[in-house]
Write a protein that binds this ligand. Structure first.
Ligand code: CTP
Length: 219
């Protein structure tokens, strides 16, 4: 079977973690490796799509033919993704911080004698995926990811509806970070009238299988 082409399409992919700075030397981050998003961007470009990859802080090589925009924080990722629209497809594969420090200290936070704890105040970040889906420049296809530790399918369906997505790719994550740091994964893809299990397979193979579904849905 030949690989469905995405020639003439514009695809924006977000990948990797975000880092939320606390002070000049510390930040809050997460275990996302960026491999899934980078594999999706590589596969999209290989199918002829004009592909923009908005990448959080990871040290992965830029895939051939991909326009890469590097960002650090959730706020920067939000701005870069919005600036990359309009597009035919948005695939939010990044593990975006849900909370960010209310204040960034301009000096290194010091411990004081007698202080046996530190309370950090965090505030919610804007939801990039939901904002893309609600945007006046909404892509025809908005695809989200759901990393869940339990009730995978129910939580994923909840996200699909709440964020008004076309497809959600759910995977189970464990304490060991399975799915997050490994080269392999398994995805449950859910959409209107669609429930498809992909893998277990390499993230490169999964990216290709996901783009088959994207191409099919774009029609
Ligand atoms: N996402 C986003 N912007 C955020 C947070 C998440 O775009 N500020 C996107 C991710 O790129 C991913 C999906 O939302 O596609 C993951 O959602 P997740 O953070 O797991 O779910 P939440 O809706 O925040 O729900 P919960 O915290 O209950 O798991």
């Amino acid at each position: 079977m030949s690989t469905p082409s995405l020639a003439g399409r514009r695809i924006v992919v977000s990948a990797g973690p975000t880092f939320e700075d606390l002070d000049p030397v510390r930040f809050l981050g997460n275990r996302s490796s960026g491999k899934t998003g980078f594999a999706i961007a590589a596969a999209a470009a290989a199918r002829g799509a004009r592909t923009v990859l908005v990448a959080g802080p990871v040290s992965l090589a830029t895939p051939a033919g991909v326009e890469r925009v590097d960002v650090r924080s959730a706020a920067q990722m939000h701005a870069a993704v919005m600036a990359a629209l309009p597009a035919d497809v948005y695939i939010g594969a990044a593990a975006v911080a849900d909370f960010t420090p209310a204040r960034v200290s301009d000096h290194k936070i010091k411990k004081r004698p007698g202080e046996d704890g530190l309370v950090l105040q965090l505030v919610r970040t804007a939801d990039i995926l939901a904002d893309v889906a609600a945007s006046a420049r909404r892509p025809s296809l908005v695809v989200g990811f759901a990393a869940e530790t339990g009730d995978v399918e129910a939580n994923a369906r909840g996200k699909l509806e709440r964020k008004r997505l076309d497809l959600v790719c759910a995977n189970r994550v464990g304490l060991a970070g399975s799915g997050f740091e490994s080269d392999d994964n398994a995805l449950l893809v859910i959409g209107d009238g669609l429930r498809r299990e992909l893998g277990p397979a390499s993230k490169v193979e999964l990216a290709d299988a996901l783009l088959d579904l994207v191409a099919e849905r774009l029609g």
